[in-house]
Design a binder for this molecule. Sequence first.
Ligand code: VGL
Ligand code: ZN
Length: 205
Amino acid sequence: MSARKALVLVDVQNDFLPGGSLPVPEGDRIVPLLNRYIDLFHRAGLPIYATRDWHPEQTRHFKAYGGVWPPHCVQGTRGAEFHPDLNLPPETIIVSKGMDPNEDSYSGFQGRTPDGHTFTEALKAREIEHLYVGGVATDYCVRHTVLDARREGFQVTVLEDAIRGVDLVPGDSERALREMVEAGARIARWEDIAREIAARAEASS
Ligand code: VGL
Ligand code: ZN
């Protein structure tokens, strides 16, 4: 039997997309494809997790308090909302991170579900073994989430066509991808995944 799968959408929030306070260039271009992935997994009956950066107004993560970033994704603001075109089904499980004013928390594995469980606990409770990861930013939250997922023992497929990076230093996203592969993540695209997930759905129906 194949590993139980889940889709993980990383930080597809207004502030990380063009028009936001910390925009990932072309970050909005991945939204239509993310919606296709969402539809694919949802139809196959597979769970969908959406991580979100969820900062207090004052945090060491922000420039004004010793960090490197402009304010972004402050709890309850429009910038912290998921992109309005992202079609998240109501069953989507939200994983919030970055609430601790002393921590950056780039990784979804530093986050909590609404009932207070860690991401790992939530995934284990559903016997999920394989994560399919898309979103932003390739060189920050996607990277940290994927590396932590590998450390926690999950299989990981990075949706190469559904991620975008910041590239504060040119080449950061490419280096991040290489690092994820070295950590054992697999890189794939829509063509591969559509076949894989559709085949699974038929086999189990
Ligand atoms: C992120 C920078 C600061 C991310 C979060 O979601 O990749 N990047 N906070
Ligand atoms: Zn942040």
